[in-house]
Structure formats: structure tokens, C-alpha cells
Design a binder for this molecule. Structure first.
Ligand SMILES: C[S@@+](CC[C@H](N)C(=O)[O-])C[C@H]1O[C@@H](n2cnc3c(N)ncnc32)[C@H](O)[C@@H]1O
Length: 292
């Protein structure tokens, strides 16, 4: 039998045999029953593998045309708030998780950071990032954040923008981050807001009579993968509640310093009226933490 994630790669037969063995043991079922359940096993396996949608050409070609990829940090509405959460970057050693095209890594070097280790799963994203200016202080690396091992007390700042909601094993990564920060180190990250990742069918309802606009929220407390349309069909993200994000951080030995449910300022709203939707439901959750 071959288990294939159509988005990424295959699992070895050895892993499948082991999985079946564990499955039988755990559920006390016969091999026949296990065989009949292979579809479910396959689904379970796929849900826990990283999808790497950014290496699918149709998705990638559309994604890199988004404002935030064309204009960089200036095209990211939540960036001014994130910037306020950052420490002085001069002389810092930084880890950027899910670095994408490397906009933050280059910003950090321009602001005086000594070194940025920038990790991403997507060859497409890394190829483009490597093609942009780099004085040698940024080291781009291909890696899966779901399986990352980090060195002890290495980084002054761990940064991540809009990558953690793709991860099945975020608790494992958070432990690694806690370990890898220096005693004075900080974590700053953003994720798609849980109110956006929760729904089975993310969409607005417009009131037929009035001018009300409503976000359809369901399954908020049901954590786990969601496959929805975002840029293209079939994009898998992992939904977690705000409570889970925060407790995960605390369990990793970090202290919460910032929690922002991003919304535009009045001034921003005048310049970008379409951002009024953020007052109906926030799109971004921004989190800051320190090690001590
Ligand atoms: C929305 S993009 C954000 C890119 C960049 N941080 C930014 O803000 O412009 C999400 C990034 O996370 C990366 N990513 C998703 N899953 C990943 C994983 N399991 N390991 C490493 N990177 C991953 C994607 O390849 C993509 O570059």
C-alpha cells in the first residue's frame, strides 16, 4: 500500500507498517478491520504532514502577486503593530520561522541585526528570497517547522509572520523556541486569527434588509485541520483557540508581553476603507513574549 499526500510526498512503507501496528494495538482491532480503516489512517497521516502548498505552482503564482509579497512589509497591514513589538535589533542573532520571501530578514539586517537564520519549507519561496539582496548575514535554509530541532540559548529574537497556523506540531516547535532563546530573548509572532481559522466555510453573511455584515463562525472550540479556499482550493491550516496559543507559550516557559487582535487605526481606515471588515472579525493575532 502506498500512502500519498497529493500535495507533498509519500510516507515510507516502514512508517505505514508501524502506524498499522500501533493502530491495531491502540484500538485492539484485527488486521482486517485495520485494512478497512486504511482510508481513515491515510487521512490521519496526511493531516499531520506539512502540506507545502507554496510549492504548488498555481498557488505560488497567485500568492506572490498579493500586496504583501509585492510591496514587502509595507504591504502587510498588521506590520506597523508588529514593528512596535520588536526590540532594538542592533547586534541581535535572529531566527525567522517560515521566512517566505525574506522581507523580515532583510529588514532586520538593515536595522543592524548581526545574523538572521531564515527557515522555510517552500523551495519556491526560498529561491525568490535568495535572489534578493543579502550581504551574507542572512542564511536561508529549507526546513520543516513541524520537525525542527533548535540549539540551546542561541537566539536573541525568534520571529515568525503568518506561518504557525500551518503547523500540526506547534506545541513541539514552541518547546524548541523556549529552549533556543537566550535568557534575555524574545519571541514575536503573528498567526491568522482563530476567528478566521475556525469556520468550516470562512465567509461573510450580508443582512438582506439592513447594512449589517456578519462573519459566519462555527466549530470555534473544535481544534484541528481545516481545508478551505484561500488563494486556491484545498489549503490546509490548523485551527487553535486563542486560549491554546497562549497556554502553549506559557507551557514553554515564556511570559506573555503583548497580545494584539489587529484592527486598522482611524487614519488607516481612511486610506484603506476596505479594511473595515477587520472590525467585523479580526484577521491577525499578534503575540509577543520574553523568556524571563
Ligand atoms: C503566509 S506565508 C508568510 C511568509 C513570510 N513570513 C511573510 O510574512 O511574508 C507562510 C510561510 O510559511 C511557510 N510554511 C508553511 N508551512 C511550513 C512548515 N511546515 N515549515 C516551514 N515553513 C512553512 C510557507 O512556505 C510560507 O513561506
Amino acid at each position: 500500500m502506498l500512502v500519498v499526500d497529493p500535495d507533498r510526498n509519500s510516507v515510507t512503507c516502514e512508517q505505514i507498517r508501524l502506524f498499522c501496528f500501533l493502530y491495531r494495538k491502540k484500538r485492539n482491532t484485527s488486521p482486517k478491520d485495520t485494512l478497512e480503516n486504511l482510508h481513515q489512517i491515510n487521512q490521519d497521516l496526511i493531516q499531520n504532514m506539512s502540506q507545502n502548498i507554496y510549492d504548488q505552482n498555481e498557488f505560488f503564482e497567485k500568492y506572490i502577486q498579493l500586496g504583501r509579497q509585492v510591496k514587502g512589509l509595507d504591504g502587510a497591514p498588521e506590520w506597523p503593530q508588529i514593528e512596535k513589538m520588536l526590540p532594538d535589533l542592533k547586534g541581535l542573532t535572529i531566527l525567522d520561522l517560515g521566512c517566505g520571501l525574506g522581507w523580515f530578514a532583510r529588514y532586520a539586517i538593515e536595522r543592524g541585526a548581526t545574523f538572521v537564520r531564515a527557515i522555510d519549507l517552500s523551495e519556491n519561496m526560498l529561491k525568490k528570497a535568495r535572489g534578493m539582496p543579502n550581504n551574507g548575514s542572512i542564511k536561508y535554509e529549507r526546513g520543516d517547522l513541524d520537525e525542527l530541532n533548535l540549539p540551546k540559548e542561541e537566539y536573541d529574537l525568534v520571529f515568525s509572520s503568518l506561518a504557525f497556523h500551518y503547523l500540526a506540531n506547534l506545541p513541539g516547535l514552541m518547546q524548541e523556541i523556549g529552549k533556543s532563546l537566550k535568557p534575555t530573548g524574545r519571541l514575536v509572532y503573528s498567526v491568522e486569527h482563530p476567528i478566521r481559522t475556525a469556520p468550516s466555510n470562512p465567509s461573510f453573511l450580508v443582512h438582506s434588509k439592513g447594512d449589517g455584515k456578519f462573519w459566519v463562525l462555527d466549530d470555534y472550540q473544535k481544534e484541528g485541520p481545516r481545508v478551505t479556499h484561500w488563494v486556491t482550493e484545498g489549503v490546509r491550516k490548523h485551527h487553535r483557540t486563542v486560549e491554546t496559543y497562549i497556554n502553549m507559550l506559557l507551557k514553554s516557559g515564556l511570559k506573555l508581553t503583548n497580545l494584539v487582535e489587529w484592527a486598522p487605526t482611524e487614519e488607516e481606515l481612511k486610506r484603506f476603507p476596505e479594511r473595515v471588515d477587520e472590525y467585523v472579525r479580526p484577521s491577525f493575532l499578534l503575540v509577543g513574549a520574553t523568556k524571563t
